[in-house]
Design a binder for this molecule. Sequence first.
Ligand SMILES: Cc1ncc(C[n+]2csc(CCOP(=O)(O)OP(=O)(O)O)c2C)c(N)n1
Ligand code: SF4
Ligand SMILES: [Mg+2]
Length: 301
Amino acid sequence: MSKTAEQILSDELLIPQPKEPLAHPMEGYLRTDRLPHIWCSTCGIGTVITAFIAGLQKSGLERDKVGVVSGIGCSGRAAGYLQLDSFHSTHGRAIAFATGVALGNPDMKVAVISGDGDIAAIGGNHFIHAARRNMNLAIICINNFNYAMTGGQAGPTTPESANASTAPYGAYEYPFNLPFLAESSGAVYVARWTSLHVRRVTNAIAEALVKPGFSFIEVIAPCPTLYARRNRLGSGLDLMRFYHDNAVIDHNADTRDIDIEYQKKIVVGKFVDKEKPTFLENKDAVLSAKLGDKYIPYKGA
Ligand SMILES: Cc1ncc(C[n+]2csc(CCOP(=O)(O)OP(=O)(O)O)c2C)c(N)n1
Ligand code: SF4
Ligand SMILES: [Mg+2]
């Protein structure tokens, strides 16, 4: 039985506590045989994985009712380390793949954990159409402002003037404001946090997992090896300090106004949380009304 949003927010942060000393405190949720992981020291991706496991626990969902899909990239490695029904799909196709899993298993909640490039560049079309259809998916986009795995190229969220390997004199394209893109495409839940806001990210993931329909959570996270090094921003810890000093929580912010400018204030919060029938609910409602008893509601593959 899934928990309500109120129950989730009133619970304490639940980090899995092993009864006996184990090899890893999250053993049971991680494929520990795949450790050590590939991520660099002070990279923000691991924090999101920790928050995902804690959020999954808070959600109260049965583990066999949750699937995780990632694309390709450093962030796209997330699914491969999680001991769930998890899939490392192709670059840009994580949401398309997750849509198939969700439609084939309507009683399952499918989460996508992937990067800004995977979700908003090559996968941008799948992103807007899954949001438009209100597919039952929870999207967690780890935004490190660049294509990290392939060498720090500029992507669709790189702030103007930031240095990237394909923008050595500073990026000059206009970046996406992802919460605005998600909301205007139809998402029913939209939040932005940084990897410093572990408790908030955890709660957002728990809420998104139990919310029917398309939820989107952007997590701004350090990439010390490429983005921070090229921009001389220091280590991941320095970026966490920057988030501490520059993240402004404003749940009532209009998503149109929360563009991210290079090394300026970052508006974070839960911006959208509304109810709307999902893709399958709409399909069943429309076809039952038209076809009556002749229509057999779809129960999954
Ligand atoms: C079809 C295809 N195009 C390009 C690539 C090369 N590629 C692999 S990862 C990646 C970028 C990943 O960026 P992002 O999704 O932001 O993840 P990050 O590494 O930053 O976490 C690219 C372009 C690929 N693997 N497949
Ligand atoms: S290259 Fe950047 S995003 Fe990739 S693991 Fe290293 S720090 Fe993290
Ligand atoms: Mg990236």
